[in-house]
Design a protein around this ligand. Sequence first.
Ligand code: SF4
Length: 268
Amino acid sequence: MSSTTSTSTSTAPRVGVADHVAGHDPAADDALRALALEAEARFAALEADAPDTYEARVDLAARALRWAHGTFGDDLVVASSMGDEVLVHLASQTAPGVDVLFLDTGYHFAETLGTRDAVAATLPVTVRTVLPLLTVAQQDAQHGPRLHDRDPDACCAIRKVEPLQRGLAPYRAWVTGMRRADAPTRTDITLVGWDARRGKVKLNPVAAWTDDDVQRFAAENGVLMNLLRDAGYASIGCEPCTRPVAPGEDARAGRWAGRAKTECGLHT
Ligand code: SF4
C-alpha cells in the first residue's frame, strides 16, 4: 500500500494494491457494505440534527472526510474533474496525502489541466491521472470523428466510465464533489452511501452545500479555482460538451446543451 503524502502527478498504476479489492472476497464485500450503510444512517442523523447553516454544512463535510480517511486510509480516493475545487481543497485539509483521481479524457480545457497541475503542485494530495484505453486519434479511427456529437453516451463510456472503473479498482471508498444543488437528478444523494454498482463506499461530503456555500468557502480559504469560472462556466466538463451559462441559468444547462443527456454515466 502506498503511503506517500507527497504532491505529485502520476499516470503510473498505483502500487501495493490491497488484497481485499472489493469483488474478490464476498465476506469482505458484505462487511464493507454493512459499514457503508451504518455510516450512511449515522451521517444522515447528524445532518438531520444539524442547524441549517454554512458552518454546520462545512463541519459535517469535514467530519465525513475525516471519518473516511481514518477508516480507509490509503484505500480512500477522491475522484475530481477539477471542477469541484472546494472538495479537493477540503480533502487536502482533512485527509492529507489522499489520492486524487483525475480522468484525462483528452478533451479537457487547458484551464482544467492547468488546475490539475496547480493542485498537484500546491496541495498535500497525490494526483493520479487516468487515461482512456483509446487516444482521441484511435477513437476517431475506430468510431469516426466527433463521436461526442453523434453518440455522447458511447464517447463518455470510452473516455470516462471505463477509466473511472479501472482507476477506482484498488480502493475501497471513493469521494465525489456532487451536490444536491447541481441538478434535479442529484437531489437525493447522501453524504455517505453504498455504491452497489462498484462494491465500494461512496461519499458525497459536500452534498448539502449551496452555491453560496461553495463561493464562501472558496473565498475564505483561498481555494485554487478553475479559471473557467471567471468566463461563466458553472459546471465544467469536456470542451466539446460544455458551454458557459448566463447569470441565473441552471449550472448544468451548460453540459451537453441541446441534448437530453444530463449525466456522463459516472454516477448513474
Ligand atoms: S463529455 Fe463529451 S467529450 Fe467528454 S467523454 Fe463525454 S461525450 Fe466525450
